[in-house]
Write a new protein. Sequence first.
Length: 158
Amino acid sequence: MSKKIRLRKLDRVSDFTSMMLSLCLVIGAMGLRCSSGVDSTGAGDAGTEPPADKLVVLSDHSLYDWPPKLMIDVEPTYPRLAQQAGLEGTVWIDAFVDASGVVDSVRVGEPSEYGAFDNAASYVAWDREYRPAKKRGRRVGVWVRYRVVFSLESLYGD
């Protein structure tokens, strides 16, 4: 099954950046490195992952003028059995942020190797609150993606 990627006329620099981010996300999903000079954070250093608190808006850029901003973050609890077993992992969470800034839908975008991390990350995703995205001054809902890293080093400190 192949997916078609629709390209549209680029009328602003932010459209170009948005397109490059989308391409880098697709390339990363195929297990390849992005070498465009723009990574999925939009900040260069191609091939590197964005920090855990960085949002990537999945919705088409034409749906909003201003992206949503995370206002209240909630850290997931490290699964006890995974912690005892010395397991670590990364989960990508997709969340639909509605026009009021509330999470309306949550799904695991890219799972970790361990379901316990996926469950912990998706459970607390509902408690995050955002300043909603805007289109022409009106609040709109958009899909966002963010990374949750479960690291024993960050759990116990350096």
